[in-house]
Structures are given as structure tokens and as C-alpha cells.
Design a protein around this ligand. Structure first.
Ligand code: NAD
Ligand code: SER
Length: 314
């Protein structure tokens, strides 16, 4: 259940998830109730009010929240895994201080609810790599993963100590056709579709048999909205929920693409992102999301491939 009158602020709305999430929430709440914020204007979201915002500027953030009487904040501004390794100081600052700025707004009762995404990057090489459970060893080795793990602990702390209604998902790598990915290790799984359609070949920066959990963006957006609309008492985990998605390797997704584009070829040239991928799970269990708020994904590898190729071709 949700209140259609609630005003929503999406921070980092111009990114891969933000564009699609803003569009989907606008269908539910009306575009006048969904405010997009980012470092620079977002042409794809011309129907929504836009605020230029650096989430590290706490006063500017508070002013926007007051100006629009915001109830729910979706915090998407972050540096992802690959960029984070190249800019560790900025990754830590943005990923942590941005989160504190938003959690503090909720603690001070300026907003009612917070959404903040975590990632499969919270896991590390000592985590069981197949069917990774919700609760397990977590020793992330990337700055991004460390920031997400710390963020999860802080979310739970703000809930326990201050009653902050914060909700979170550990997204797998996200694959969508409406927006471009922004500096992650799983980005190959989006690039491959663009290159397959344009050039009928792709050079992959991960090795052939690197299995990772992935998810169609439509499923990820639906999961985000479902967890935000679930009754508070159903949200038993205030760190972050595992989402399984679909686990596949570059070779497997290439084989799916070949079913539609027989001339398609793939080659492999692993770079620094291989080491990051090798530290993450190959597959994930999502039993708690299913049990607590009834989560169920729609896409499998075949329907994801078909949907990506069909929509990108148009
Ligand atoms: P993205 O890089 O595509 O978008 C991030 C957006 O944040 C960009 O538009 C950027 O301009 C904006 N931004 C950067 N610094 C900012 C600042 N200081 N103030 C305001 N805005 C700023 O990222 P995304 O893929 O959309 O990811 C969004 C969130 O989801 C992140 O927290 C990310 O860790 C998480 N996540 C994403 C994936 C994925 O596959 N895309 C997977 C797991 C988790
Ligand atoms: N898709 C993200 C990344 O590769 C996972 O959080 O960084």
C-alpha cells in the first residue's frame, strides 16, 4: 500500500537505475510528485521537476526536501565497483557521506522513508560462492564493497537506534535497455547487447566462465518499489535483502545472443575487473525476500536476451 500524495526525491536520478525508477514511480505517483536530483540536468526526465544537487551538500539537500515537502528519498548517487577502485577516496566519501546525509534527514524526521541500494559486492572471496545465503561470511575486497557493507550496518543501526524506516536490496548486476551503466564490473552484460546489434561481435573484459548474478532492470525496479510499498512490519531485515536474479557467464549470454544473431562472435580480454568479479558470488539465494515481502522475479536468461535485443533494435 502507498499514499499517492507522497512526494518522492530521487538522488542520482540520471544514472542507470535512476532514469527507469523515476519513470516508473512517476506512473504511480504522477510526475509532479517525483523530483529528480543529480549533478546535472537529465534530458530523459523532462516531465519531472529537476534539482541540481550534490548529495554531499547537506544543507542543499535539506532545502530541497523542505521545498518539495519530500516524504520518501531514493538515494542512488554512488561510485560503482570499477570506478571506485580507480577513485577510492571519492568512492568512500560519496558512498558513505551521501548515505549519512540522507539517514540523518530521516532521523531528524524531515522525511519518512529511505531507499538505499546495496550490492552483491558486499560479499568477498571468503564468502561461499554458490547459492550465497542472506547471512554469511562477508569480507569484501573492493572500496565499493566495503562501503556497501558498512552502509548496510549503518542502515540497520539507524533503524534500531532511531527508528529510521530504511529499506535496501543487494542488487545483482542490472541489465536494461533504457539507460547506460555507470562504471560497474557487470557492465559487460549491457554492452554486449549494444555491440551484438551494432557490430555482431564483442570483446569481453571478463573471462568466458565468470559466472555472476544479474537481473533485468524491470525486475529490479519492481523489487525496489515492492519493498518500499511493503508494510513496515514485513521488512525484517534492515541491512539489505539478497536478490538472486539470473546467474550466467559471458559464454552463456553470448550463446543466447547467437540464437537471435547467428553471426555474433565473442572474444575475451580480461582486465582489472576480472579480479573484482572473481571475489563475488556466482549465485545467490533470495529466500528471505520471498518470505518477508513475497518477492518473485519474472525474467530468465532467454526472456532477458529476447527483451534486450527487441527493444535495443528499435
Ligand atoms: P550510475 O553510476 O549509473 O548513476 C549514479 C548517478 O549518481 C549518476 O547520474 C551521477 O551523476 C549521480 N551522482 C554522482 N555523484 C553525485 C553527487 N555527489 N550528488 C548527486 N548525484 C551524484 O549508478 P546506478 O547503476 O544507477 O546505481 C545506483 C545505485 O545502485 C548505486 O548505489 C549502486 O551502487 C547501486 N547498484 C547498482 C547496480 C547496477 O548494476 N547498476 C548493482 C548493484 C547496486
Ligand atoms: N553492477 C555493480 C557493479 O558492477 C554491482 O554492484 O559495480
Amino acid at each position: 500500500m502507498y499514499n499517492k500524495e507522497d512526494k518522492i526525491l530521487i538522488i542520482g536520478a540520471g544514472g542507470q537505475i535512476g532514469i527507469e525508477l523515476t519513470q516508473e514511480l512517476s506512473l504511480l505517483y504522477g510526475s509532479s510528485n517525483v523530483i529528480a536530483a543529480d549533478l546535472k540536468p537529465i534530458p530523459a526526465l523532462s516531465n519531472n521537476a529537476f534539482e541540481t544537487l550534490d548529495v554531499l551538500d547537506k544543507n542543499a539537500l535539506l532545502n530541497i526536501v523542505k521545498k518539495h515537502d519530500i516524504a520518501h528519498v531514493y538515494l542512488l548517487a554512488a561510485l560503482l565497483s570499477a570506478t571506485g577502485e580507480q577513485k577510492p577516496d571519492l568512492a568512500w566519501k560519496l558512498n558513505m557521506e551521501g548515505l549519512f546525509n540522507v539517514l540523518d534527514l530521516a532521523k531528524e524526521k524531515h522525511i519518512k522513508r529511505v531507499y538505499w541500494p546495496s550490492s552483491i559486492a558486499v560479499f568477498g572471496p571468503t564468502t561461499p560462492r554458490v547459492n550465497t545465503p542472506q547471512f554469511t561470511v562477508m569480507e569484501p575486497t573492493t572500496v565499493y564493497g566495503i562501503s556497501k557493507q558498512a552502509g548496510e550496518r549503518w542502515c540497520e543501526w539507524y533503524f534500531n537506534k532511531h527508528g529510521v524506516d530504511v529499506r535496501s536490496l543487494r542488487y545483482p548486476g542490472l541489465i536494461g535497455w533504457k539507460s547506460a551503466p555507470g562504471g560497474g564490473t557487470t557492465d559487460y552484460a549491457v554492452h554486449i547487447f549494444h555491440e551484438a546489434l551494432k557490430h555482431k561481435k564483442y570483446e569481453c573484459f571478463l573471462s568466458e566462465n565468470t559466472a555472476l548474478p544479474m537481473m533485468h532492470m524491470e525486475d529490479a525496479i519492481r523489487a525496489t518499489i515492492e519493498i518500499m510499498h511493503a508494510p513496515s512490519e514485513n521488512i525484517k531485515i534492515r541491512g539489505s535483502y539478497n536478490l538472486a536474479g539470473i546467474s550466467f557467464t559471458p559464454a552463456q549470454i553470448a550463446a543466447e545472443i547467437k540464437n537471435h544473431i547467428p553471426e555474433f562472435t565473442i572474444s575475451y580480454k580480461p582486465d582489472f575487473r576480472q579480479q573484482i568479479a572473481d571475489s563475488w558470488p556466482q549465485s545467490i539465494l533470495e529466500d528471505r525476500a520471498k518470505k518477508d515481502w513475497n518477492w518473485s522475479a519474472k525474467y530468465n536468461i532467454s526472456s532477458l536476451t529476447e527483451d534486450m535485443l527487441k527493444n535495443l533494435a528499435q
